[in-house]
Design a protein around this ligand. Sequence first.
Ligand SMILES: C[S@@+](CC[C@H](N)C(=O)[O-])C[C@H]1O[C@@H](n2cnc3c(N)ncnc32)[C@H](O)[C@@H]1O
Length: 602
Amino acid sequence: MATPQRAQAVPRLAERPATVAAAAAAAAARRLRPAAQSRRLVPRAAAPEALPETEWDLEDELQLVAQQRSEQQQRSEQAQQRDTELMEMWLGRLSGLPNTSRTVALLQLLRIEYGGAFSGLVGGSPGGKASKQGLDARDLRTVTELVNGVTRWRRRLDYTLSRFSRKPLSQLDPPLLTVLRMAAYELVEAKSPPHVINEHVSLVKAVVHQGAVAVANGTLRNIVRAMEAGTLPEPPPPAKGMSFEAAADALATGTSHPTWMVAGWLRQYGPPATVALLQSNNKRPRYALRLGSGVDPAALCSKLESVGVQARPSAFLPQEFLVVEDGMQALLHSGLVARGEAQVQDEAAGLVVALLDPQPGENILDACAAPGGKALFTASRMRGQGRVIALDVAPSRLAALRDTARRQQYGRTVWTVAGDLRQFAVQAAAARQKRQAVEGGDGAAAGAAAGAAAVGDLPHTQQPEPGWQGPAQYDRVLLDAPCSGTGVLAKRADLRWKRTPQQAAALVGLQADLLDAAGSLVRPGGLLVYSTCSIESAENEAQVEAFLQRHPKFVTEAPPEGLLPQECLSEDGRLTMLPHVHGTDGAFAVRLRRRDAGAVAA
Ligand SMILES: C[S@@+](CC[C@H](N)C(=O)[O-])C[C@H]1O[C@@H](n2cnc3c(N)ncnc32)[C@H](O)[C@@H]1O
């Protein structure tokens, strides 16, 4: 229970669209360390560049971060352990079977649900090479189609299956339910001939148990009979007279989305735009390529054509991006990506970097950088001059970014730092305090600040030069924040089932903290770009409004004329990409200029 003192200490949590999960996390942190309860990682009330000593204690903050992390880690480790054991058992059963599109698809689908994998293109990853041996490009296309189709249409498939299964779906073994979904997808959505169910029943026999065979056979043959008789039940569409909740639920079932997401979009965008969005989420996604440095778009189009890939220059960034019309598997097999001639990257991600408008010679912080698509495009726009500090909390993904940067000749431009942005901001503030104290001749204050950990001390940090401590503030900061990802549901169909309303709301709290930390790292007159691949106003417009209220030194600004195509910008100059309008991933980005008295805009 909150003490009066605590209630006073955390009023800002209540000002935000706080959530049960965020409140619980905050409460857990307070339980863990009562002494740190009144301290924020970056105190909101303070001017970002001048953290008052009375409110700030580096050691407390660092311990708080570490404790919060270890508690979360423990919980997720237990769940991961359970899922790993299940996966090992299923893998053992699957390993005796010959590799076919269906066995590989089953493995991928189980990995998505229990192994932390995600849906997307099946080419080189995520299943590992061994699991795909013997499959050619056509088979892999079938795997991609099955995995993405089943993931996308899961709710609608379950509607059908639940009408023919004698047992509630929640009581079925996960591999049995997954095979049933695959079979239902092939029969109902892909219109495959009825004999395909023999293969699915054999899969059930091998991977589940003999008793499940009768369940699979009965359920699937009943579906075939209903299809042949024209009596397959359809989810009822929204109808006049339905309550808002019932209409949202009907629309969500029919288009296979979670009801809470659809209800949110109906409120935010209205019915016609929501229907268009739902339809575009269910289409096969369109991929785009960013050209390697010095690669000519027309020349690459011809080269791609010779390996069976149809591509054309992007309408939004024609010099730097191509849109792939057909042939993604051929592209992945062509070696062009591995050789660095092109990278798979959506135009919406490219437009975020265009909005950042990085200039050669600048110091730029990419504050949530992994896996690094934007950091690398930033380095390319800077023509390899200047420095991009690519910070991320996930060291393993940063290692991959480091390798790619080297391969693309940006090894001396992109420098990786592994750490929590909030902690990084605290350390950079300590460095600034020390510098100011030294410059002001305050030896005692400089001595007190000297013991503080510095940016260069973070583990897994690349050191551009010995003793490097990192710039205390940056010309431009990109915060491409962790988000609900609702703008990328066509490519990441699994996200619609993995996200929960509580999680989405908790992300809003995290984004606010990260924005505060990122803001403190912008030099006077410098630029902060906040971006997400979410289409939720709580994570975008509302998040920015709340930030501006907390930090009056920042103002939003429209990009200079001609920097971005007008159709990508809202009236007030924010990048607003919507899948059903632009045909790209959904994305949001805004320029936030730090305007201190006397600061000159860059
Ligand atoms: C949307 S992704 C960034 C994508 C990246 N900008 C790109 O273009 O490839 C968000 C990233 O934020 C990172 N992240 C989450 N919390 C963080 C934190 N507290 N500090 C630093 N990075 C964090 C995640 O590890 C994830 O890689």
